[in-house]
Ligand binder design. Structure first.
Ligand code: ZN
Ligand code: ZN
Length: 284
């Protein structure tokens, strides 16, 4: 076809298609539940994908990247070395495929059609950008190009990769087996009750209840499991139950007197137990 007269294909309409992990998307590898760290491996281009920000990420800074999303994630030692070896993932950058591949899950597909250099399979938004590419790169004298749909790849540089949307499943006439996908793919991953409580993942969440009300200072380092254990009802088989009960009674007696004597106004109202005798009674 005469390229000057080639017509651009229509916009890519994402709602027309169902996007689910395909055979190139690995979310479980052996005992490693990659999705619990927000990760997947795409086998078609041998790269790591962050499911949280839906981007390709470099193997070299994968740990730092995962920690950005999950500060306390117990990343198994050797995980990234193993993934690198098994799936032949380069440390930095990706090996750019010279042919279109099936769309990478879950990266978004650009709605605007792109112009692709036929020689190196890189996409450009405009004829001018494509011409610049031809001028600066040795991509064959024929300067062949064609239209296609693109996915953005964040690697050392941002690039647009051609994807074959005929590999996608059309939404029409297809039920998405949501519960089947869930039960087949998702096992319990990280047990958060065993992870230490820490400050909010995002330092900008300063209004967090734990943070603003200073509870965090008392709870940091303990796990939710330990906190549950500390506040559960007394069990007859528990050791030193009697001594603890006595200590608790003495503590409430003394502290409540201090709250009453030393404070006034709102602080006193907030800190005081409305009826200390009732609480002491409950401890019997
Ligand atoms: Zn991410
Ligand atoms: Zn090129």
């Amino acid at each position: 076809m005469n390229q000057a007269t080639e017509r651009a294909p229509p916009l890519f309409l994402k709602n027309t298609y169902i996007r689910t992990p395909d055979e190139n998307c690995v979310i479980v590898h052996g005992d490693f539940l990659l999705y619990t760290f927000g990760l997947a491996v795409n086998k078609a281009i041998s790269c790591l994908i962050c499911l949280e920000c839906q981007k390709a990420i470099n193997l070299a800074n994968a740990i730092t990247h995962v920690r950005r999303h999950f500060k306390q994630a117990p990343i198994p030692p050797g995980l990234f070395e193993e993934l690198g070896t098994v799936f032949k993932i380069p440390n930095i950058d990706i090996i750019w495929p010279l042919k279109p591949i099936a769309p990478i899950f879950p990266l978004r597909i650009e709605s605007q059609p792109f112009l692709f250099c036929t020689s190196c399979n890189k996409g450009f938004t405009s004829q001018q950008a494509l011409n610049n590419h031809f001028r600066l790169n040795d991509c064959g004298d024929s300067k062949k190009w064609h239209y296609g749909y693109a996915q953005k790849i964040h690697s050392t540089h941002i690039g647009y990769l051609k994807v074959d949307i005929s590999k996608l499943t059309c939404r029409t006439g297809h039920e998405v087996p949501v519960s089947k996908i869930f039960t087949n793919n998702f096992k319990i991953g990280i047990d958060i009750t065993k992870l230490p409580i820490s400050s909010p993942e995002d330092a900008y969440i300063l209004t967090s209840f734990f943070h603003s009300d200073k509870w965090l200072d008392h709870m940091a380092g303990f796990t939710p499991e330990q906190l549950y254990e500390a506040r559960r009802t007394h069990d007859p088989e528990d050791m030193v139950g009697e001594q603890l009960r006595d200590l608790a009674k003495r503590y409430i007696d003394v502290s409540h007197k201090n709250i009453d004597d030393e404070n006034f106004g709102l602080q006193k109202v907030l800190g005081a137990i409305r009826d200390p005798r009732r609480v002491l009674h409950l401890l019997h």
